[in-house]
Design a protein around this ligand. Structure first.
Ligand SMILES: NC(=O)c1ccc[n+]([C@@H]2O[C@H](COP(=O)([O-])OP(=O)(O)OC[C@H]3O[C@@H](n4cnc5c(N)ncnc54)[C@H](O)[C@@H]3O)[C@@H](O)[C@H]2O)c1
Length: 289
């Protein structure tokens, strides 16, 4: 299937950048949101990012303007969906919101259109049955910041068609991404599971008194070549976010091994959320490290 028009639903941290990535790849793109303020903010941020790329010599003014010219912003989902070949939903992480969006997309989009979700936690089977086209539904999971991160996890659910998978993989490649095909839905998909395994082992080593968290970060960076250590990364992501993800995973699996580590819970209970609160594993003293 040939994709020309892409609709991104949600103009937040992820949706705005996914829209820009698609426009830079040559697609005609509409970013839709129910909030006019979010649409305005997204447009302003993307314009200033493109200006910065031009100023740094990473892109010509003509290419930046051409990409911005292919990018529209709208509050009207039905109108934006009417001409779309691929919709990528990147709205608030609440299942009822997402199911409502998928039902609306199914009603308004042409019969051939593929409907994908960028959700980090919901497999697309959770929204596919809100549509009359479950075979054309899958996860297309970008990483933050979407303009920079190369990985896109394409996750099939039990009845996702091979055409849908082939098309979404091809779109991700045209966007300059490195798509990873995940054959079965599972919590955390692949990349976040790998990250979680490293984080869990780091927490165990620290809690068992094997090494300080600073030295564990040093080992991850200098021996494994990771750009950040697991404790630095937890501080960046937000300890509250890591904590919530573990609780959500536990709620899904019921496996006590998925509960948040007590060392993490202790920091979250103290209100130490990482960089955003000025203190997590490390102290930031108002200075971003
Ligand atoms: N933030 C990340 O690091 C990250 C990474 C990968 C995937 N994700 C996933 O991307 C999705 C969005 O995350 P985010 O961080 O961009 O959230 P965000 O809160 O920054 O943005 C969500 C946007 O959705 C909009 N929205 C809410 N209801 C809507 C509706 N009915 N129709 C249209 N728009 C609606 C909101 O107005 C908001 O602008 C989530 O599913 C999340 O799991 C997030």
């Amino acid at each position: 299937m040939v994709v020309n028009n892409i609709l991104v639903v949600g103009a937040g941290a992820m949706g705005s950048q996914i829209g820009m990535v698609a426009a830079l790849a040559g697609y005609q793109v509409t970013v839709q949101d129910i909030s006019a303020a979010m649409l305005e903010q997204a447009e302003a941020q993307l314009r200033s990012r493109m200006d910065a790329s031009v100023a740094k010599g990473r892109m010509s003014r003509e290419d930046a303007d051409a990409a911005l010219g292919r990018l529209a912003f709208s509050e009207d989902l039905a109108a934006a969906a009417a001409t779309t070949d691929l919709a990528i939903e990147a709205a608030t992480e609440k299942l009822e919101i997402k199911r409502g969006i998928f039902t609306a997309l199914d009603a308004a989009a042409p019969p051939h259109a593929i409907l994908a979700t960028n959700s980090s936690t919901f497999g697309s089977s959770k929204v596919a049955d809100a549509t009359g086209r479950p075979g054309q539904v899958c996860n297309m999971h970008f990483f933050n910041p979407a303009l920079v991160m190369k990985c896109v996890e394409v996750v099939r659910h039990e009845s996702t068609s091979q055409d849908t998978i082939d098309t979404v993989l091809a779109v991700a490649k045209r966007m300059g991404k490195a798509p990873v095909l995940i054959e079965k839905e599972l919590p955390g998909f692949v990349a976040n599971r790998l990250m979680g395994a490293i984080r869990d082992e780091a927490l165990r080593l620290y809690a068992d008194g094997i090494a300080s968290f600073q030295d564990i970060d040093t080992a991850a960076k200098t021996a494994l070549g990771h750009p950040m250590g697991p404790f630095e990364l937890m501080d960046l992501v937000g300890l509250d976010v890591s904590h919530q993800i573990r609780q959500a995973t536990f709620a899904e699996t019921g496996d006590p091994a998925d509960l948040p580590h007590p060392a993490l819970s202790a920091l979250v209970e103290r209100g130490d959320y990482g960089r955003k609160s000025g203190k997590g594993w490390y102290s930031y003293d108002g200075v971003q490290k």
